[in-house]
Ligand binder design. Sequence first.
Ligand code: ASP
Length: 305
Amino acid sequence: MVIIIHGGAGKIENFKKRKGIMAKVCELGYEILKNNGSALDAVERAVVELEDSPWFNAGTGATLSIEGEVELDAAIMSDDLRAGAVACIKEVKNPILVARKVMEETDHIILSGEGAVRFARLMGFPKYNLVTQRRKRMLEKGIKKLKEDKPLEYLPGLKKLMDKYSESEGFHLPTEKYGTVGACAIDKEGKLAAATSTGGMFMHLPGRIGDTPIIGAGNYACDSGAISCTGHGECIIKLCLAKTVCDAMKSMKAQEAINLALKLANQYNCKCGLIGIDKKGNVGFGFNTPQMLWAYIRNGKIEVE
Ligand code: ASP
């Protein structure tokens, strides 16, 4: 039984505080495995906890779009290739739980936007306001900064489009770029699962969908392993990063497969972080950003950074 989680890659503020939360969440996920729970239940539990913490870019406290709204992506998958995802869903406390419902209650894999919200309500998830004061303050700062005409690292095309969005709705420029959350686990029966949840890239355009809900891009599980990614979503989609690692795990350990994927990512200047578990229960993680929050429990022993 193994669980590994991440809390996003990038330049991370309040690293110590978030590290403490990561350790607690990892224990909670592991508890599920210890009590004969499935890998799916363990990754879901860990991601729900991280979504509920305002310290991560997922669920409560997720980053805002340029129009000041929270739009969430989430995906969950098990090694038998069952998968469910929501893209650009709004006003739902735990998108990962809706993604699980998509997997278990529908004939589809991804539901997006208004349809995803309607499905969530049908499944009994009430309307929930995800905009926090902290993110609002960032929005105010961002409006000020944007007026100073500064180019944005991952959104070079935004300036051209900016004027087309009504300024009255506001723009924001958060100081931190990442903070997506994810988990991979292998249970007593050797079954694998992966789950990932995010508020997306800072200052994204309304309607933008990142790598997280795209099966094989930001999240994937198959009989060779389970993977969750974080980082620059557009680039992760182009490289089908999670599936690439899973394919590599057919013939190598999780860490070697992740190292290979990072080599590929570097070739394309794709800033990202990955966590994974192979079918033998070996863990792997890596990133090419300044930092990444991760924690895992293997053989009952916790490692956290
Ligand atoms: N990968 C996420 C996205 O592009 C962002 C992140 O990992 O922080 O939506």
